[in-house]
Design a protein around this ligand. Sequence first.
Ligand SMILES: Nc1ncnc2c1ncn2[C@@H]1O[C@H](COP(=O)(O)OP(=O)(O)OP(=O)(O)O)[C@@H](O)[C@H]1O
Ligand SMILES: [Mg+2]
Length: 302
Amino acid sequence: MSSSDPGSSGRAGEPSSHRDAQGPPEPTGRGRSARGNGDLARTPLPDEIVVLRGIKKQFGGQEILKGVDLVARRRETTVIIGGSGAGKTTLLRLIVGLERATSGHIFIDSEDVTRLSERELNRVRKKFGMVYQYAALLDSISVFDNVAFPLVEHTKLSKKEISERVLGKLEILGLDPKVVAPKFPSELSGGMRKRVGLARALMLEPPILVYDEPTSGLDPLTSRLVDDLIEEMRQRFGVTSIVISHDIASCFRIAHQAVLLIKGRVEASGPPDELLDGDSDVARDFIRNSAVDVDSLGRVAR
Ligand SMILES: Nc1ncnc2c1ncn2[C@@H]1O[C@H](COP(=O)(O)OP(=O)(O)OP(=O)(O)O)[C@@H](O)[C@H]1O
Ligand SMILES: [Mg+2]
């Protein structure tokens, strides 16, 4: 199988060959270039680190995602917004390989992951760090053990090496390791828990960080600190960020690209300002109805 080599399903340098992993060139007959919409299995450009094409997902006969196309570019922040039940979390679970699509193609680092075996998918999952809504720390173990968890699970590092890395990451995230490491998560503020969750997500140094509702349940000030942190992670570690959010203010602050998901379909995508001024009435209304004064927001994404 080609799966051990992320670049083997095609060459980005052959844009006119229409070649894909499944076999001979497909007759397009529609005058489309290889970058048109006709060829779902064509290899993405190197900069397109996460690509979804025609993704559908059903649960028990109900179609939750109805043909989603999405491109997240390397080292950028893509924010997926949309109402409750639109399918955002489902989309994220598909991207990180916790769920399989009913049809369509998902590419991670140019590798088509849609038909990989469980074992191969495990390799791909390591490219992602997940930051959950309420940090999802284990309350019965210390901060140290929470952050050490991915290293204990996935590496053969010695205790000393693990300790160094855990304390180092806490420090990078602005937490005093000596004070915070022995504490239990319940002893921390919301913002500190978020930092600890981030430290854990960063332990295996993944190239892509995904966040599900990182600011939900936080006060506006802490939300802004989390936005700053997301941008700082991007700049400091060069990670790509994919963020699900209800928070339009946060979206305008951090997103290079916003993707509006409505009832399992992408209604609009582009820089947040373009969604506000663009062709889609639905996108404009969605942002306006959030009652956020987007003009007054500072942008942290560069
Ligand atoms: N494992 C599952 N089995 C059956 N239905 C599911 C499953 N996961 C999600 N769904 C359904 O898919 C729909 C979309 O759910 P999802 O959690 O993706 O929405 P969301 O956009 O993240 O919503 P929220 O903003 O409330 O978090 C919901 O109707 C949900 O009930
Ligand atoms: Mg959700």
